[in-house]
Every structure is written in structure tokens, then in C-alpha cells.
Write a protein that binds this ligand. Structure first.
Ligand code: SAM
Length: 277
């Protein structure tokens, strides 16, 4: 029988030397390989490890949902609330919003993750049919497809923005600005430029762009400070009403449909934005 291994024991897609050589040869080739090989690794991770961050919603998703509900205008409370979830993976947060009565559009580049999300929705009578799960790329989106339930009262970007280059993050935030209701809430959790994980990555990884490091081979992570994320939001037509640190616990399962495994938490920067125009 084939030995079952956690993704963390699988060989990296490429060595960090290959990352360095590619960057010297042609930085754009590095980013092309991120889109191809980085995504293949994510796909493989869902195929082999199933619900890699467990099935509970992220703490930031619970807070975002509550805030968006509280901040909704009384005149808008009669209609069904709408949420957009870019980088939804297998849908743990999107399905939580649906269970709380939201109409949701959620998307991810991983077709395996979207299959898992649709399957999960099928088992879960409390949210059946309330989420449209799409395979789509946030860096080259089709605004018509993503606008299906717009304007959105909540856009939840959990642990996703830090995977984008600065130019891609800016383009996405501008698109989201157009899809968010004037009174809506934009909630972002992103890797923070502080703490142990950042120190470790900065020490051992390859710096591939501004505040962006690669430790896994064509899997860059952009680390944000509170000021930088707030500045980016301002630049894209939002105002950051609150920024704080939040602990996002994760359970890395060892095989598909198994939830026991390595448990740990990430310190994430959690920022709430609202439209200024
Ligand atoms: C760290 S995971 C977080 C998933 C989810 N927010 C959660 O907390 O369960 C980031 C997700 O973003 C997705 N992703 C990365 N780049 C993307 C892109 N350009 N467009 C859409 N999804 C993307 C990945 O496939 C992955 O599922």
C-alpha cells in the first residue's frame, strides 16, 4: 500500500536555488511559475489532505459577519444579505455565512477545492443552494460572474491577499470597491509583518519582491504591516476603520476527510475597510 504522507513531507515543487536562479534570469518567469507550479501545489494539497484548515470558520470570518450585520443600514435589513468570498478554498467561511442567512458568491482557483465545497454544501441542509461556488482567478476575474449578487454587504478576503503581487492586490481591491455596497464591509486577514513566522521566513526565505518572501519554492508570501495595508486600502478608495491582530487556528489534516492532525495558530493582521466614495 502506498505510504500516506503529509504535504509538508512531500518534496517542494522546486528548490530555493531554482527560485534564486529564475529571479536572476527573468523575474517575470518567476511569477509565471508561481501561477503554474504554486497553484499545482495547492491543488495537490487539497487532493491529498482534504480539509487542510479544518471545518470551523476562521475567527476573522465570524467577526466580519457580525460586524457587517451590525453595520448594515436599517433600510437594507429587509433583503437578504450578500457576501463575496475570493479565495474561498473548500468553503468553510462561505458556508458559515450561508448558514447565518447570507446569499454568497465564493470562488477559488483550485477546482479540487471548489468540488469539495460543492459536495459539502450538498450535505449541509442549512445552507443548501445559498452559495454559488465558482472556479475563478482573482487576478484575471470576470467582473460579470463575480457581480452576480452585487452590491455585496460583505467582502471577506481571508488569508488570500498576501498571496498576490502588489499590482494584483491593488487591481483586485479596485474591483472589489466596485462590487461592495456603499455601506458594506471589506474584511481582510493577511500575514502580518511581525512575529515569529515573519522572522523565520525573512531569515530563511528568498526575498522575491517588496516585503515578499518565498520559502517553499514558487509560493511567495507578502507580509503586511498595519500602515501598509491601510495605505493600500486608501489608495483603492477604502478607509480602514479598524486594524488588529487575530489568531487564526488551523488543523492540518493528514488525509482527505480526516480532521485530526497538526494544530497551530497564525497571527494575522485583521483589517476592516469601508468605502469612502
Ligand atoms: C490560505 S488559503 C485560505 C482559504 C480560505 N480563505 C480559508 O480560510 O479557508 C488561500 C486560498 O486562496 C486561493 N487563491 C490563491 N490565489 C488565488 C487567486 N488568484 N484567485 C482565487 N483564489 C486564489 C488558493 O487556492 C487557496 O485556496
Amino acid at each position: 500500500m502506498a505510504e500516506e504522507r503529509s504535504i509538508d513531507t512531500l518534496p517542494f515543487v522546486a528548490s530555493l536555488n531554482e527560485v534564486r536562479e529564475t529571479l536572476v534570469r527573468d523575474p517575470e518567469e518567476y511569477w509565471r511559475r508561481v501561477r503554474k507550479e504554486g497553484r499545482e501545489l495547492v491543488e495537490r494539497r487539497f487532493l491529498q489532505n482534504g480539509f487542510v484548515w479544518g471545518r470551523e470558520p476562521a475567527p476573522s470570518a465570524i467577526i466580519a459577519e457580525l460586524l457587517a450585520r451590525v453595520l448594515q443600514q436599517p433600510s437594507e435589513r429587509a433583503r437578504k444579505r450578500t457576501a463575496l468570498v475570493p479565495g474561498c478554498a473548500y468553503g468553510r467561511n462561505a458556508l458559515y455565512f450561508a448558514r447565518r442567512g447570507w446569499q454568497v458568491l465564493a470562488f477559488d482557483t483550485s477546482s479540487r477545492a471548489i468540488d469539495m465545497a460543492r459536495e459539502w454544501m450538498g450535505w449541509d441542509a442549512a445552507c443548501s443552494g445559498d452559495v454559488d461556488f465558482l472556479v475563478a482567478d482573482a487576478t484575471s476575474p470576470t467582473p460579470e460572474a463575480l457581480g452576480r449578487h452585487s452590491p455585496y454587504d460583505l467582502v471577506y478576503l481571508g488569508k488570500t491577499l498576501h498571496q498576490f503581487r502588489d499590482s494584483e492586490a491593488e487591481a483586485l481591491l479596485r474591483l472589489l470597491h466596485g462590487l461592495l455596497a456603499p455601506t458594506g464591509v471589506l474584511a481582510i486577514s493577511a500575514m502580518a509583518r511581525s512575529g515569529e513566522v515573519f522572522a523565520d521566513v525573512a531569515r530563511n526565505g528568498v526575498m522575491v519582491d517588496t516585503h515578499t518572501y518565498d520559502v517553499r519554492g514558487f509560493r511567495p508570501v507578502r507580509f503586511y504591516s498595519e500602515d501598509q495595508l491601510e495605505e493600500l486600502l486608501r489608495h483603492c478608495g477604502f478607509t480602514a476603520v479598524e486594524s488588529t491582530m487575530v489568531q487564526e487556528p488551523e488543523t492540518h489534516s493528514r488525509s482527505a476527510h480526516e480532521t485530526s492532525g497538526d494544530s497551530h495558530a497564525h497571527d494575522m493582521l485583521f483589517t476592516i475597510g469601508r468605502r469612502v466614495r
